[in-house]
Design a protein around this ligand. Structure first.
Ligand SMILES: *Cc1c(COP(=O)(O)O)cnc(C)c1O
Length: 222
C-alpha cells in the first residue's frame, strides 16, 4: 500500500473528471479509515487529507484519543446506536447517518453546540442499508425544527451494490432531487447544501451527479 501515491492518483482523477464535466465546486475527500490504524491515518493527514470518517464508536474513540495532537475534522459515517450518542457526540464535527427522531432526541440531550448532520437516505431500496426511504425524508426534516442542536447540512446515501453504473447514477440523481426539494422549502435549520455520496467504486458517478463530499476507503488504503 502506497498511501501517498493513492492520494495523488485519486486527486488527479477527480480533477480530470471536474474538467471534463465542467464542475467548478470543491469536492471534499473524506477518508474512510475503518481499514487502518493510526499510523496510516497520520500518513494520510500528512498528504493533506484531514477529513477522516469512522463508522464504529469504539474504534473512533480509540483513534480519537491517539490522534489528539493532529488537526482532524471528524466525520462519523456509520450508523449510530442511540445508547452510544453520549460517548461521541461532542467529539465529532459531522454526522452522516441521522435517520430517526429518537437519534435526534438523544443528540439534543447531549450535544453542546449545533451539530452539522447529513440525513441518510436509502436510495437503492436494499434492505441491508440504513437510511430513510425517499418519501420519508421531507416529513423527517420537518419534524426536526425544534431541535436546536441539529443543523441539516446535507443528505448522505450509499448506492446500490452493483456494477450497473446506470442504476447507481439513478440512486445519486434521486438524492440530488430530494436535496433540491429541501432547498426550495428554505428552512433555516436545513440549508442542505451538501451531498455525501460516492465511495471507491462509484465516486466518479457521484461527482458527475452532484456529490460535494466523497467517502473513500479501499481506494486509498489498498
Ligand atoms: C467503508 C465506508 C466507505 C468507504 O468504502 P470504500 O468502498 O472502501 O471506499 C464509505 N462510507 C461508509 C459509510 C463506509 O462505512
Amino acid at each position: 500500500m502506497n498511501i501517498k501515491e493513492n492520494v495523488e492518483n485519486l486527486r488527479t482523477e477527480i480533477e480530470k473528471l471536474k474538467l471534463e464535466n465542467n464542475i467548478k465546486k470543491d469536492i471534499i475527500i473524506c477518508a474512510a479509515t475503518k481499514y487502518v490504524g493510526v499510523n496510516e491515518m497520520r500518513e494520510i493527514i500528512s498528504c493533506g487529507i484531514n477529513n477522516l470518517g469512522e463508522n464504529r464508536v469504539d474504534s473512533f474513540l480509540q483513534k480519537y484519543e491517539q490522534l489528539k495532537d493532529e488537526s482532524i475534522v471528524w466525520h462519523f459515517i456509520g450508523s449510530l446506536q442511540t445508547n452510544k450518542v453520549k460517548k461521541i457526540i461532542n467529539k465529532i464535527d459531522y454526522l452522516h447517518s441521522l435517520d430517526r427522531e429518537s437519534l435526534a432526541r438523544e443528540i439534543e440531550k447531549y450535544r453542546e453546540n449545533p451539530l452539522d448532520c447529513f440525513v441518510e437516505v436509502n436510495c437503492s431500496g436494499e434492505s441491508s442499508k440504513h437510511g430513510l426511504s425517499e418519501s420519508e425524508v421531507i416529513p423527517f426534516i420537518n419534524s426536526l425544527k425544534n431541535y436546536k442542536s441539529i443543523r441539516i447540512i446535507g443528505l448522505m446515501t450509499m448506492a446500490e451494490n452493483t456494477q450497473d453504473f446506470e442504476s447507481i447514477k439513478g440512486n445519486f440523481r434521486r438524492l440530488k432531487m430530494i436535496q433540491e426539494e429541501i432547498i426550495s422549502i428554505n428552512l433555516d435549520y436545513a440549508p442542505c447544501s451538501y451531498l455525501s455520496m460516492g465511495m471507491s467504486n462509484d465516486f466518479k458517478e457521484a461527482i458527475i451527479e452532484g456529490a460535494t463530499l466523497v467517502r473513500i476507503g479501499s481506494r486509498l488504503f489498498k
